[in-house]
Design a protein around this ligand. Structure first.
Ligand SMILES: Nc1ncnc2c1ncn2[C@@H]1O[C@H](COP(=O)(O)OP(=O)(O)OP(=O)(O)O)[C@@H](O)[C@H]1O
Ligand SMILES: O=P(O)(O)OC[C@H]1O[C@H](OP(=O)(O)OP(=O)(O)O)[C@H](O)[C@@H]1O
Ligand SMILES: [Mg+2]
Length: 280
């Protein structure tokens, strides 16, 4: 039975649970439940703190898990590896300090840096030969500068609101572009390939839609330039030999400009339908 770790709370937990449900797996009814056996799919779920999941997977106690790329790297578990980006919980990991205080990361040498991700920051600075005094905190690290506990911070930045409210500005290079990821141990456990294929199907369904439209056949090459699909559009004959019906997959983020361009070209009866699931 494949053992899967899922975040039990925090930024990742809700979307992780939604994706697994869309992939056909059993969920938990009570947020306090920490273990669920899904016999139909021959998997069992362990609901754990996201920060701990890489440790469980790297030790071999759990086969695969959903966590953040930053949490995976912070855990510094040699046995745990990223096998698929899951397309949510995107964030950048940055240095920040009072506006204008520092411009280059080399200025941090010997200073105090507050962070909830000491492993990640230590590895990043060590690679650059910069030695700092790390101040490990559990969260809300932005206050550490105001309270005189640190000279700068290193933290997750999504909208930048928390930093601005704390009078901090980012500086230096992006430490990491993070997002939710599927991680695995040193070997691919039996059943992990099916889980991966199902999650990829869920991501296709979330990222793409189907567009159907009718078009004069003389304009087909131009239309395919506008929307070429994943492999190639499906083209079907219509009763009128001068017209064809076209079906094509389009990224959800592009659907309106694609419809505008197809209409301007001469397409009509342009219909968009959601994709419930997929295997590409
Ligand atoms: N705005 C955000 N705040 C926190 N974590 C975020 C944010 N956006 C994305 N993430 C990602 O979520 C993961 C952190 O989730 P985690 O549940 O461990 O902490 P949290 O969301 O801060 O929850 P809590 O504050 O309850 O600890 C990391 O991978 C982080 O990159
Ligand atoms: O750039 P923003 O959109 O402001 O988001 C980033 C903030 O969100 C997270 O804090 P969280 O709310 O998880 O509190 P915590 O720091 O106590 O974990 C993270 O630690 C940042 O502080
Ligand atoms: Mg947090």
């Amino acid at each position: 039975m494949l053992r899967i770790a899922v975040p039990n709370k925090g930024s990742l937990s809700e979307t992780a649970a939604e994706m697994l449900a869309e992939a056909g797996y059993a969920g938990r009814r009570d947020p306090k439940t920490l273990h669920v056996i899904d016999a139909d799919n021959d998997v069992e779920f362990f609901f754990l703190r996201p920060k701990d999941i890489a440790t469980y997977v790297g030790s071999g106690a759990i086969d695969v898990g959903i966590t953040g790329r930053d949490l995976l790297l912070d855990a510094r578990m040699p046995g745990a590896r990223e096998i698929e980006a899951l397309g949510f919980a995107g964030s950048t990991f940055r240095f920040a300090a009072p506006s204008g205080r520092y411009t280059d990361v080399s200025q941090l040498d010997g200073l105090r840096i507050a962070t909830s991700y000491p492993g990640l920051v230590d590895a990043f600075l060590d690679e650059r030969g910069i030695a700092v005094d790390l101040v490990p905190l559990d969260g809300a690290v932005e206050s550490a500068v105001r309270l005189g506990v640190a000279d700068a911070v290193a933290d997750v930045v999504e909208t930048g609101t928390t930093l601005r409210q704390a009078g901090l500005d980012v500086f230096g290079p992006v430490i990491l572009e993070s997002e939710a990821v599927l991680i695995a141990g040193p070997v691919d456990a039996e059943g992990s390939e099916t889980l991966l294929r199902r999650l990829r199907g869920v991501m296709v369904a979330r990222r793409f839609v189907m567009i159907d439209y009718d078009l004069p056949v003389a304009l087909l090459d131009d239309a395919v330039q506008i929307a070429g699909g994943v492999e190639s559009p499906t083209v079907s004959p219509l009763r009128d030999p001068e017209w064809v019906a076209v079906r094509v997959m389009v990224a959800r983020s592009r659907v309106n400009p694609v419809m505008d361009a197809l209409y301007a070209l001469g397409a009509r009866a342009i219909l968009v339908t959601a994709i419930h699931n997929a295997r590409l």
